[in-house]
Design a protein around this ligand. Structure first.
Ligand code: NAD
Length: 289
């Protein structure tokens, strides 16, 4: 494993590029939005610099890692990749389109991983020309700080692919948890219904943003409140995961809260748009309800 392609240079794609480059891998980063690429590289530079300041990374390793990252809007740049990790927007149609463009340029032995939070790995794999070499590699946000990678085998994923991805996870300094390919896997199957319930708690007026987050931080010892966490994940991603749970498990307990739907319709997606359950325009986040 020498060269890794990453599709989607948003918060997850950037984080994955960051850890791969620091682990000595060559990284090719692609995004449909040309503006996302320089922004991603600047973000990675800033985040590795923070690790340098804390004494976690040597300055020369930072320089070498940044040199290993190249960006392009052309899929041909993935021709020499051993693995391509897809981290585009959580929308099945978008991901299908990505794989349609990706497969023809890949070398035959190249693997494909998806960082999807919830979509069936087996179904995504079936849209490619190599379902046995397709796997779920679900990094957590923020990637450089979070220890876990959930590894999800599709029903067709072969043992070799699974072993290679397990070894890569270890090389990146992460710990793997293996999940079966059911909607939202392990982490989000448990986490997102809790977040959705916290939005219901807000919607029904049981608490306001501040009381709900304070209650869960101090009452359940969570490092972040559920609404703060929802803003951090992205409300569009949260809603997409709830839809996958609702549709995939056909159980009304997973119905997305109408208030979450309304925020997404308004374009209030959390930190990335500077407004969600908190307003991030000022120095300190301010609750909006
Ligand atoms: P994001 O909105 O920050 O970034 C998504 C990026 O994909 C954007 O830069 C967008 O321009 C790009 N994109 C959209 N369509 C594209 C296309 N057709 N081709 C190439 N690029 C395209 O989202 P994110 O939070 O980085 O999420 C990306 C993936 O990671 C999703 O599948 C999400 O479910 C998953 N994920 C997210 C989190 C989280 O906490 N945010 C955690 C784990 C996994």
């Amino acid at each position: 494993m020498k060269t890794i392609g990453i599709i989607g240079a948003g918060q997850m794609g950037s984080g994955i590029a960051h850890v791969c480059a620091l682990a000595g891998l060559d990284v090719r980063l692609l995004d449909a939005n040309a503006e996302a690429l320089p922004k991603a590289v600047a973000g990675i530079d800033k985040n590795i610099e923070r690790q340098v300041q804390r004494g976690k990374v040597k300055a020369e390793d930072k320089a070498a890692a940044l040199k290993r990252i190249s960006t392009s809007a052309d899929y041909a740049s993935f021709g020499d990749c051993d693995l391509v990790i897809e981290a585009a927007t959580e929308n099945e149609a978008v991901k299908r389109e990505v794989f349609k463009k990706l497969c023809p340029v890949l070398k035959p032995e190249a693997l494909i991983a998806s960082n999807t939070s919830s979509i069936s790995i087996t179904r995504l794999a079936a849209t490619t020309d190599r379902p046995a070499k397709f796997i779920g590699m679900h990094f957590m946000n923020p990637v450089p700080l979070m220890q876990l990678v959930e590894i999800i085998r599709g029903i067709v994923t072969d043992d070799k692919t699974f072993e290679i991805i397990k070894a890569l996870t270890a090389k990146l300094g992460k710990t793997a948890a293996v999940a079966e390919d059911f909607p939202a896997f392990i982490v989000n199957r448990i986490l997102l219904p809790m977040i959705n319930e916290s939005v219901y708690t807000l919607y029904e007026g049981v608490g306001n943003v501040e009381s709900i987050d304070t209650a869960m931080k101090l009452g359940a010892n969570h490092p972040m409140g559920p609404l703060e966490l929802a803003d951090f994940i992205g409300l569009d991603t949260c809603l997409a995961v709830m839809h996958v749970l609702y549709d995939g498990l056909a159980d009304s307990k997973y119905r997305p809260c109408p208030l979450l739907v309304k925020y997404v319709e308004a374009g209030w997606l959390g930190r990335k748009t500077k407004r969600g359950f908190y307003d991030y325009a000022g120095e300190k986040p301010v609750p909006t309800r």
